[in-house]
Design a protein around this ligand. Sequence first.
Ligand code: SAM
Length: 289
Amino acid sequence: MTQTEIRGNMLHPKGTLYLAATPIGNLEDMTFRAVRILQEAPLIAAEDTRHTRKLLARYDIHTRLTSYHEHNKLEKGPRLVDFLVEGHDLVCVSDAGLPGIADPGGHLAELAIAAGVQVSPLPGANAALSALICSGIDARRFTFIGFLPRTAAKSRELLAEIAVRQETLIFYEAPHHLKNTLKALIAAFGASRSAVAARELTKRYEEFRRGTLSDILAHYSEEEPRGEFVLIVAGAEESAVKENALTETPKELVTYFMEEGRTKKEALRETAKRLNMSRRDVYQILLEE
Ligand code: SAM
């Protein structure tokens, strides 16, 4: 039975779960439809009610708010689904962008679908795609990675797996982890991979820093990273995939120079020069490996 048939046949049709995009920095990035549905819905499930209240105030929305986040989703999710099954609409929002993309929302959608509730998007801002379309890097095929796992071993494992992928890769990162993430990317993909760091999208200090991974690391080693970041990284070159060898990682270069008979110190210096990185960064990458 389709949702329309269910709706037509039942005395109490189920409500709709709307997953609504909210701005990623600029409060003007709301759609007319999202504002109207947020105004008309009886309840909004928000990742952080205090944060969402500011957005609602800007658009004169007085809908009741309830919290729905990573730490209460198991207990709260089923209750919200009961509310939908009773026939009420519900809008789910996260702090920024699309719910369900590195944010709560996906689990609620799964529960709602399992209960036969219609799930509908209210599209809008998203950091990953906004960065991708302005990056100048191939947007025809891409993989969204989001945040790297926080443990070094898991992160290395994931990066090793995706190092030979030819499509563009998209990462999310917080400013205090940015340099370490760039070092991990260099260790796995090589320093000369093209990349773009997209910072503070839609905000006053929006910036796109383009170059190789080592250029971007060099810049943020000089200037402390501030704000929110999306990293867009070009896919592996076909030739690198064919040879199945990425010969420009710091570890490979240091090994190569040492096998040529140079001392460790000379090998580090040569590697740093070749990759346009500081000796300290090369050394730290080797230590972390
Ligand atoms: N749901 C959001 C979306 O659809 O983009 C993502 C939320 S995730 C918890 C937060 C991360 O998204 C940040 O750490 C950053 O990597 C990225 N991000 C969010 N807003 C951004 C912005 N204005 N500029 C750059 N990156 C942003």
